[in-house]
Design a binder for this molecule. Structure first.
Ligand code: DMJ
Length: 854
């Protein structure tokens, strides 16, 4: 604990939940950093540290620990220490007294972990009691049903090394069996694996698939098992998965989670920091281009926030602002430097070190970042910081002669522990077993290279890496590609105007659409209701029309950018306060550029009522139902301002417009801002908010279920207060009982979090799409593409200040309270349960990340 300058002892500090499962009162940090000392040429200190481990460490503690973490950090640490201890002993100077004591400890620990594998599948239980094992009453574990893929698939290096060092075959056999089972359970059509699996049935519990949290080191160990053990089946499995990853998950420079059954469907719109190891693995595989691309993208996220946030969105905003000093990016930087020899990667390493010293260094070590945006610290320095970060950063800058042994003779485990490659020929007969032989025919290009060969594969030509990196230079900060600026200047210099002015354009006007078509501009209606404008000059009627099209697009960009700068409104909140929600359900809502400004006025509280007609486009036929209430209106058919006037005239005190695009959700779509009608909207006095369809359905379902639903419209969710509950008077005893049940099983889901002032000034990109001032009117997505007739009719992707006309969500950071929401609903609210299923996926992912099996 670098802030309080003490060690963290399990049980003596308040529990942090699953993240503490890495701690087993076995001097984790000491063991995890043993081989780092040798790499850093601290041989004397290594000798002392080994003595301390042998003298002090007790493995027989009554503590429930994570099998995965104990394997990679403790078993791996002991084996790495042993590997270097025998290397030093052989050299004849240090460790002359050493008699395999660390290996004996490792073996003892290995036997302690074995009971975890006592499942029909052979997949290990996620946790084990070091003293009592599994299932015994005193063990307090063994009832779990699920584990993560990485948890079950990241054992083979340590377990095989233990078997081969000691001759006890059982460890390698168990780890192989778990891997065989995972391989059998892969989704056969996509060849992907999910994040979580049932250890008894083998069913995928979470069917999303990526290369980060929950899966990462499973892939790493397949390739490295091949390197260490020379067993072809591991390589074939790895290549099969790699082929699937590159087909579905890799969307250079992004790596995006998909569904294993529908791999063309992205499962989320954010990436986690753990996937930063993947470029390093791609180097090991020999696929350097995507490695350079992803690494460059990650580096730019780091440059923006000093560290890689725990999760960030596909448009590079912070999704989860914590950073526990993870080493994955340094690891990939090291591998890329080894592969390319490009000094750029030394510069990257220098930046990492400078940032660590500047922002994380504290008197007693380096403190994790609680929030990369504010630079606040957490009293935490995980053992992987010394095991991995120090090692990789040192190795990045070390010359061969700086290291007292040949690092090329070793393989790095996922925790960067060193295992000697000579193990591949030791005791190998003991564990070879027949593995499945049916492998799918693969694209042969994936088999080209299997190990890095820095001499042949990567010709030490720095320009090679640079040529791949260069086009991605602005991928994160979204500055304008030069070519477009040039064209824009020329276009404006000529003073020519397009036949249709951007400010007059209406997506519902057939004449306008005709003109657009002539200019080669097409409209793509996105699922979330927005419209994407794309210009392909080649599709224009003539080159003059093509130029007009370009001018039109540029005007559109200018207009939108200008409007957005004028009106950057943050998200708002719709909080359901009536029974049985009591303020626990907070829905992210889009603001309106007209009506009561909720950031300046007190929140509006009221019961909801649907308007008739539901689209609110004409005078309401049910004013008595809406009077004094918050009216629900469906998006579409007329302008938002018109809807607002109609419900206001009927006596409504506020309005919620619900998106008519089925399935739209604030999870996947950017914030939607309702613009006015281009005229004076001062007459609209009531607050208006916008909900995507999923969030809207929650309110509609609640009305069906409970009839009376009261909500709070505000700029920020209010703390759930007793008032909310006191107002609730269940109508019958039964109701009262179920309300209680629901209350106790529900927790707060706060999807709204205010951006820090600092961030909002940084985040000066256009925030909203005022062009959408007519319902269903045009908007332009961030991936807007415009082709430039003077540039070979190429389609150029523009973003950021230039073209990102899309609404941008304010950055949402997970606070400590809301980073672990666990939505569980009682039977009574079943319909809402299904609507929240998608949210649960994200929430589970966060929980998973928290578990730190990451
Ligand atoms: C390390 O413990 C290992 O690298 C693991 O495989 C995943 N991540 C952590 C550090 O982030």
């Amino acid at each position: 604990m670098p802030l309080t300058c003490r060690g963290r002892v399990r049980g003596q500090e308040p529990s942090r939940g699953d993240v503490d499962d890495a701690l087993g009162k076995f001097s984790l940090t000491l063991i995890d950093s043993l081989d780092t000392l040798v790499v850093l040429n601290k041989t004397k200190e290594f000798e002392d540290a080994v003595r301390k481990v042998l003298r002090d460490v007790n493995l027989d503690n009554d503590v429930v620990v994570s099998v995965f973490e104990t394997n990679i950090r403790v078993l791996g640490g002991l084996l790495g220490g042993h590997s270097l201890a025998i290397m030093l002993k052989e050299k004849g100077e240090y460790m002359q007294w050493y008699n395999d004591e660390l290996l004996q400890m490792a073996k003892q620990l290995g036997y302690k972990l074995l009971p975890a594998f006592n499942t029909t599948s052979g997949l290990p239980y996620p946790r084990i009691n070091l003293k009592f094992g599994i299932r015994k009453p005193e063990a307090r574990t063994g009832t779990e049903t699920d584990t993560c893929t990485a948890c079950a698939g990241t054992l083979i290096l340590e377990f095989a090394a233990l078997s081969r060092f000691t001759g006890a075959t059982i460890f390698e056999e168990y780890a192989r069996k778990a891997l065989d089972f995972l391989w059998e359970k892969r989704q056969r059509s996509s060849n992907l694996v999910g994040v979580t699996i049932n250890i008894h049935t083998g069913d995928w519990v979470r069917k999303d698939s990526g290369v980060g949290a929950g899966i990462d080191s499973y892939y790493e160990y397949l390739l490295k098992a091949y390197v260490l053990l020379g067993d072809d089946s591991f390589l074939e499995r790895f290549n099969t998965h790699y082929d699937a990853i590159m087909r579905y998950i890799s969307q250079p420079p992004l790596l995006l989670d998909v569904h294993i059954h529908k791999p063309m469907l992205n499962a989320r719109t954010w990436m986690d920091a753990l996937l930063a190891f993947f470029p390093g693995l791609q180097v090991l595989k020999g696929d350097i281009r995507p490695a350079i691309e992803t690494h460059e993208m990650l580096y730019q996220v780091i440059k923006k926030h000093n560290f890689l946030p725990e999760a960030f969105t596909t448009d590079f905003r912070v999704h989860w602002a914590q950073h526990p000093l993870r080493p994955e990016f340094a690891e990939s930087t090291y591998f890329l430097y080894k592969a390319t020899g490009d000094p750029y990667y030394l510069e990257v390493g220098k930046t990492l070190i400078e940032n660590l010293n500047k922002y994380a260094r504290v008197p007693c070590g380096f403190a994790a970042m609680k929030d990369v945006r504010t630079g606040s610290h957490e009293d935490r320095m995980d053992s992987f910081f010394l095991a991995e970060m120090f090692k990789y950063l040192y190795l990045l800058f070390a010359d061969k002669e700086d290291i007292i042994f040949d690092i090329e003779d070793y393989i790095f485990t996922t925790e960067a522990h060193l295992l000697p490659l000579w193990l591949s020929t030791t005791n190998q007969s003991i564990s070879k077993k027949n593995t499945t032989s049916e492998y799918t025919e693969l694209d042969d290009s994936n088999f080209d290279w299997t190990c890095p060969n820095t001499q042949i594969l990567f010709p030490n030509d720095p320009l090679y890496a640079q040529s791949i990196r260069e086009p991605l230079k602005n991928v994160v900060d979204k500055s304008c590609p030069r070519g477009i600026i040039r064209v824009r200047e020329e276009s404006f210099r000529s003073g020519a105007k397009p036949p249709l002015r951007a400010r007059d354009f209406m997506a519902t006007n057939p004449e306008h659409l005709e003109i657009l078509k002539k200019m080669g501009v097409s409209l793509i209606h996105l699922k979330d209701g927005r419209v994407q404008l794309v210009q392909h000059a080649i599709q224009a009627a003539s080159s003059i029309d093509a130029e007009d099209g370009l001018r039109f697009m540029q005007e559109m960009i200018e207009l939108s950018s200008q409007q957005q700068k004028e009106q950057q409104l943050p998200p708002r909140a719709v909080q359901i306060v009536s029974h049985p929600f009591f303020g626990r359900v907070v829905l992210t809502a889009g603001p309106a550029q007209f009506g009561l400004d909720l950031s300046k006025h007190k929140e509006t509280r009221g019961f909801v009522a649907s308007s008739k007609p539901y689209n609110g486009c004409s005078e309401l036929t049910n004013p008595e139902a809406v009077m004094g209430k918050i009216a629900l209106i469906q998006r579409g058919q007329c302008m938002f301002a018109e809807k607002a006037r109609n419900i206001q005239n009927a006596g409504a005190i506020g309005g919620i417009v619900i998106d008519d695009n089925e399935g739209s959700s604030s999870d996947t779509a950017p914030l939607f801002q309702m613009a006015g009608d281009g005229k004076d909207t001062d007459d609209i006095k009531i607050p208006m908010l916008f909900l995507f369809s999923k969030e809207g359905s929650i309110i509609l379902d609640a009305i069906r279920e409970y009839e009376e639903v009261e909500v709070l419209l505000s700029d920020k969710a209010k703390d759930r207060d007793p008032e909310m509950e006191n107002e609730e008077q269940p109508s019958s005893e039964n109701d009262s009982q179920s309300a209680e049940q629901i209350t106790s099983s529900s927790q707060e889901v706060d999807l709204v979090d205010q951006e820090s002032p600092e961030e909002s000034s940084l985040n000066s990109q256009p925030e909203s799409l005022s062009l959408a001032d007519m319902d269903n009117a045009a908007s332009v997505s961030p991936s807007e593409q415009i082709s430039n007739p003077m540039e070979n009719h190429e389609t150029t992707s523009l973003d950021g200040e230039c073209t990102d006309l899309d609404n941008q969500l304010q950055e949402q950071s997970e606070t400590e309270e809301d980073s672990n929401p666990n939505v569980s609903w009682g039977k009574k609210v079943q319909p809402i349960d299904s609507i929240l299923a998608d949210w649960n996926e994200d929430i589970e992912a966060f929980e998973m990340m928290e578990k730190d099996e990451l």
